[in-house]
Ligand binder design. Structure first.
Ligand SMILES: [Zn+2]
Length: 256
């Protein structure tokens, strides 16, 4: 709920001329009909970039946005290359696998769940541009950003993606799975030497299996998107993975 002071500051003058009266059924229908663009669905929250509360439970809106999300594969060919006129950009395999998954609630309610990051060659500063769909982000890289910075990347802003099974145990160090870049990245220590405590999965010679230990760890940051190893998706994606074979017909699996 917004605090009284915020309501007074933000919507005071806008609400003043309106009459305090429940809208008629007809008025509600008319206002619903007026929505012709996807951007009209948004406008809530402090920044106006959240889904309007009228649509947060709407199955129709959610279906529409899911369908729009699937369009990302229209422009990408079998080799994973996005082409537009004379432009071409190879979409990383991890990004393609993550984009195949349907949107989750946190992405539906956010108008711009995607971004493109690149470094400006003239100033050396990191730049970021927000996008409503991954297709528009990829299009921006293919037609503009890649010519300025070869390392331009698509970023998921709202949701971290776990490592796709295809890449489990296959990313060589110093690379690690980045849940927001949706691909393998290098992570660096922060210059201020930040640390934190977390459980780490380590091989025990005497027990002959992996065990979890509480360890003091350095905060590692993705050099591209700035996410850290404190993130749950990042931590569990980069722990050693084991295969647990379950015999057919087994009702219960013994814990190791
Ligand atoms: Zn990253």
């Amino acid at each position: 709920m917004p605090s009284p002071s915020r309501r007074g500051r933000g919507g005071g003058d806008r609400n003043a001329p309106k009459k305090v009266q429940a809208p008629s059924v007809r008025a509600v229908r008319e206002s619903a009909r007026r929505i012709s663009r996807v951007s009209d669905l948004y406008g809530a929250g402090e920044t106006g970039r959240l889904l309007d509360s009228r649509f947060t439970r709407s199955a129709k809106v959610s279906k529409l946005l899911q369908r729009r999300h699937k369009h990302v594969f229209r422009g990408i060919d079998d080799q994973g290359v996005y082409r537009y006129r004379s432009h071409a950009w190879k979409v990383p395999g991890g990004v393609r696998l993550c984009l195949k998954r349907p949107l989750v609630y946190g992405q539906i309610v956010n108008q711009y769940p995607w971004a493109v990051v690149w470094t400006s060659p003239s100033t050396g500063r990191r730049k970021r541009k927000l996008f409503a769909t991954p297709l528009s982000a990829i299009h921006f890289i293919a037609t503009k950003a890649q010519y300025v910075d070869r390392q331009s990347a698509v970023i998921s802003r709202c949701v971290g993606y776990d490592i796709p099974l295809r890449y489990v145990n296959k990313i060589p160090r110093p690379w690690r799975w980045c849940p927001y870049c949706m691909t393998a990245r290098k992570f660096r220590r922060r210059s201020n030497g930040d640390t934190f405590y977390a459980q780490r999965k380590e091989w025990s010679e005497e027990k002959g299996r992996y065990v979890w230990h509480e360890r003091k760890l350095a905060v590692l940051e993705c050099t591209r998107c700035g996410s850290t190893n404190q993130d749950i998706h990042m931590r569990r994606s980069n722990q050693p993975w084991e295969v647990n074979r379950i015999k057919p017909g087994a009702r219960r699996v013994r814990r190791k």
